[in-house]
Design a protein around this ligand. Sequence first.
Ligand SMILES: Nc1ncnc2c1ncn2[C@@H]1O[C@H](COP(=O)(O)OP(=O)(O)OP(=O)(O)O)[C@@H](O)[C@H]1O
Ligand SMILES: [Mg+2]
Length: 257
Amino acid sequence: MPTLSLAIQKGGSGKTTTAINLAAALQQLGKRVLLVDLDPQANCTQSLGILEEPEYGMYELLKEAGAGETADVAKAVRATASGLDLLPASLELANAELEMVSMYSREKLVKQLLRPLEGRYDMILIDCPPAVGMLTVNALMASDYVIMPLQAEFLPLRGVKSFWRTLEKIKKQLHPSLNLLGFVLTKFEPHKKMTRSVLEQLEVDYAGLVFNTRIRTNIALAQAQESGTDIFHFDKNANGAKDYLALAEELLKKLQL
Ligand SMILES: Nc1ncnc2c1ncn2[C@@H]1O[C@H](COP(=O)(O)OP(=O)(O)OP(=O)(O)O)[C@@H](O)[C@H]1O
Ligand SMILES: [Mg+2]
């Protein structure tokens, strides 16, 4: 049951959009996928149509697990309208960041929480907040793979370098089998000079670590989110659907799944 985090310490880079639509694309390809919303902004949860604060979600699970109680992860899984299973987030999850500091085995709480789901899914995707705190560290510790969605407008790439170094440090010191799969370019506009120069720079600095599939700018992706669903249920002919399907295929090939 491979687990993959979408993470980067940069807001608005396409983490949530990629988590939702990559999950939906994998589902289109017949895979059983669980989405985990580990961001207190709860964008993933709300974009999948769950607008009310979940009564039993990631926050409650973390709190129970951190207190040494048995958390019922299966009870927290919600079936969304688009047929994806989701472990929802709430704004309260921001408190977990602080509360976890004093908890036992705090970096591994999410890993521990997901364990009872072993065998139920072909892939778990975790949507991370745009910061390197306890939540992101937990996501990485629970993951086999990490992908960094990156908007190709972003220059200089200094922030990216610092996040990459953080990932390498976590891999080296805490989780040697973590696989840094690299970057997926989002909101891609090939005719823009800036986009091309970011891509060239990335391919020099991170050779072999940039996915061939680029996610083009596509308004339907934002509209799907506003309508509380994924791109395939919103407009399966949109460029966004084609791009995320191509990304899912590239990922499965890379992971030999
Ligand atoms: N390929 C795309 N085309 C058009 N709009 C997009 C695309 N990808 C993302 N967006 C839009 O850009 C905004 C930011 O994307 P998203 O929420 O996925 O980023 P994020 O990295 O999760 O942000 P945060 O760091 O705040 O969690 C959203 O409004 C989303 O709908
Ligand atoms: Mg997000």
